[in-house]
Design a protein around this ligand. Structure first.
Ligand code: FAD
Length: 411
């Protein structure tokens, strides 16, 4: 007769709860160990408190990491549609905002709550305020916690990464994975603000502008994104910055010097902008250079663009020569900011890097190094762009690990 498998899930965040539901549905005896005083604490902060839990536009190319081949395999088995169905069955009515899905109630707590309700219905044991301190593999696993030890047939490491440690993910999972022989690619903050060199930032703090942000390292463009750029008193922020930030963070980690190139007029080519300036000059000859740009750019930005182009603000625009207009157009399109730092993990939404995916079975999330050890979510070396992709990764990997851990090898 087959005995019930005892599964220990370390971490009651997004992936840990998804794993718990699936393992219990598959008949396993499941315990979730969570160091915080409640389950799913991070979920409450997601999507500005509304939880963007997935996206209908789901593509493997929206996920990054040293080796992302695992992503399409994982999404094939449990993708965005499966996620929607899973949460609908739990009670979430999705609200679709241009593909970004939220609970209709617009309360992130709803997503955590329905998972908690399901865990309760399935009689999953949840031990809160219980920090895992170490794990040993003998024939089974011995898990040492702040509240005593316990044993299980399988362990799911769902501790998250290092981003936003106040919400629980303090990086302890890397040490557990390492202790089992796993290797960890460099872990850096991602989906985070960037610090720029230059004293002008304090003059433009608060400006929001539609722009394309590209990250260059050694003259090579690594990534770019367009959207609302926010200028802060130390650098740049906003969604397009978040989307490219991991590349700057990894470059800095390797002691390279990343540059953010800001295109304040992404809808124009340099030539198109130059001829636009030419026509504008003809119809506004008496304006000063500074006045000439009013109505196109935020007033705080104008002196910065003129200074970068070597143009005095009080020069009459009729005196501007074509090379000066060309330079101005070029600066508006390729404004370079040397990136000196990224904000720390405390401010990052996710982290890049983690347990190398080549060491994980792509259909089960089981470790290729240690049998019955599973690794999920942000602890793995995969990070998604903003838009529901990181939670999708957590749900998908959690579901696969939960199902598979419950099944074991003997079936
Ligand atoms: C402010 C913010 C907003 C975000 N918004 C979105 C969004 O809208 N959409 C989206 O897709 N993604 C979003 N994310 C990212 C997303 O929340 C994470 O990628 C996802 O929660 C990762 O899931 P996880 O299960 O891997 O880890 P987590 O959800 O971080 O859970 C890990 C859990 O493990 C516990 N734990 C860790 N170590 C131990 C230990 N030693 N013992 C016991 N317990 C332990 C932690 O306390 C934590 O509860 C956001 C992140 C932040 C910080």
């Amino acid at each position: 007769m087959k005995t019930t498998r005892k599964i220990i899930i370390i971490g009651g965040g997004a992936s840990g709860m998804a794993a718990g539901v699936m393992a219990a549905r598959a008949g396993a005896d499941v315990v979730i160990l969570e160091q915080k005083e409640r389950l799913g604490k991070k979920i409450l902060s997601t999507g500005n408190g509304k939880c963007n839990f997935t996206n209908t536009n789901m593509k493997a190319s929206y996920f990054r990491g040293e080796d992302t081949t695992i992503v399409s395999k994982v999404l094939e088995q449990f993708g965005a549609e499966d996620t929607v169905r899973f949460f609908q069955e739990l009670g979430i009515v999705p609200k679709n905002r241009q593909g970004y899905l939220y609970p209709k109630s617009e309360q992130a707590a709803a997503v955590a709550d329905v998972l908690i309700m399901e865990l309760k219905r399935l009689h999953v044991e949840v031990r809160l305020s219980t920090k895992v301190l170490g794990i040993e593999k003998r024939r089974d696993f011995l898990v040492k916690t702040s509240e005593g030890n316990l044993r299980g047939d399988a362990v799911i490491l769902a501790t998250g990464g290092k981003a936003s440690p106040a919400l629980g993910s303090d990086g302890s999972g890397y040490a557990f994975a390492k202790s089992f022989g796993h290797s960890i690619s460099p872990v850096v903050p991602a989906l985070v603000q960037l610090h720029g060199k230059g004293t002008f930032f304090k003059n433009v703090a608060g400006v929001r502008v539609n722009a394309e942000v590209s990250i260059y390292v050694d003259g090579r463009r690594l990534a770019s994104d367009t959207g609302e750029l926010q200028l802060t008193n130390y650098g740049i922020s906003g969604i397009p910055v978040f989307q490219v930030s991991r590349y700057a963070a990894l470059a800095l980690q390797e002691k390279a010097v990343p540059t953010a190139v800001l295109d304040f007029m992404p809808e124009y080519s340099v030539e198109g902008l130059c001829s636009f300036f030419g026509n504008r000059k003809e119809s506004n000859p008496v304006k000063t250079a500074e006045e000439f740009l009013v109505g196109m750019f935020n007033k705080k930005l104008i002196p910065i663009l003129l200074r970068a182009s070597g143009i005095r603000g009080n020069i009459p625009v009729k005196d501007l020569e074509e090379p000066q207009l060309k330079r101005l157009a070029s600066k508006c399109k390729t404004f370079e900011v040397e990136i000196t730092a990224v904000n720390p993990f405390e401010q990052a939404q996710v982290c890049a890097g983690g347990v190398r995916t080549s060491e994980i079975h792509d259909t089960t999330m089981e470790s290729r190094i240690v049998e019955n050890l599973y690794i999920t979510g942000e602890l793995l070396d995969i990070d998604g762009i903003c838009g529901g992709y990181n939670l999708q990764w957590a749900w998908s990997t959690g579901v696969l690990a939960g199902k598979s851990a419950a099944k074991g090898k003997d079936e």
